[in-house]
Write a protein that binds this ligand. Structure first.
Ligand code: ZN
Length: 250
């Protein structure tokens, strides 16, 4: 790809990169600065882009790395949560409609996403937000596909909890073990990745349980909200940024 084609391809990716910059960083990070930074890095290392691979994936990986660095340095960064965190399966959702409503508000969504562990956030934003397949996300993040599914599972439940918790109501007592067992499979259930025996068990549980259906509904709502991309407004001046970078470094 010659410089002219590369420049044109970068321009095309602008809305998506800005969206990623917003969703992958805490509210105090200026997404335009991050966007410019990623653009600059992409331009400088354009010779490293392999012909035949997807430019969007390559740019996403630069963006994800930079955003993760910034989020880690943020004062609001959540403490590292161990992989086996059991509390995520104890999250009860009181109002799934409210979760969907808040998820549709990009500022509220960004704030809630910023409170997740960085890897969970990245998997959610790329998987549910950009509709990337789990194996593509795995390659981009340098983790296994199985790890992507695990993070997707926990990330969805955590994000639902974050968006619901803002109601300020007291947390109810922990759900019983049968709920926990069903919740382990909720994410795969919604992605239709369960084998039929387990699917039947989850269906049965959801018919009998009063606490899990609102959680499932909330996850469905936030998956939808993550997949909606309101027209990204490119701030004035930023649309010419690609050309500027090219002139400066080309
Ligand atoms: Zn239940």
């Amino acid at each position: 790809m010659d410089d002219e084609d590369f420049r044109a391809a970068l321009s095309q990716e602008t809305p998506r990169l800005l969206r990623l910059a917003t969703r992958l960083t805490p509210p105090e990070v200026d997404q335009e600065d991050l966007f410019q930074d990623v653009l600059e890095r992409a331009w400088k290392s354009r010779s490293g882009f392999r012909q035949g691979s997807k430019l969007s994936t390559w740019l996403h990986s630069i963006m994800v790395n930079r955003a993760t660095d910034l989020a880690r340095r943020s004062t609001a960064a959540p403490a590292q949560v161990p992989d086996t965190d059991p509390d995520v399966y104890a999250i009860d959702i009181r109002d799934p409609a409210l979760v969907a409503e808040r998820a549709a508000d990009s500022a509220a969504l960004r704030a809630a996403l910023s409170r997740l562990p960085p890897e969970d956030r990245t998997v959610l934003v790329l998987g549910d937000g950009e509709d990337m397949k789990a194996d593509e996300v795995a390659v981009l993040m340098g983790i296994s596909t199985e790890a992507v599914y695990k993070r997707l599972q926990r990330g969805r439940l955590r994000l639902a909890g974050e968006l619901d918790r803002a109601t300020g109501l007291p947390l109810e007592e922990r759900p019983p073990e049968t709920c926990r067992q069903a919740r382990l499979h909720v994410s795969a259930y919604l992605d239709d990745r369960l084998d039929s025996t387990i699917k039947v068990e989850v269906d049965e549980h959801l018919r009998e349980c009063s606490r899990c259906p609102p959680l499932v509904q909330a996850v469905v709502g936030l998956k939808e909200a993550l997949g909606v991309h309101p027209e990204t407004e490119i701030p004035p001046g930023l649309s010419s940024a690609v050309d500027e970078r090219a002139r400066r470094y080309g």
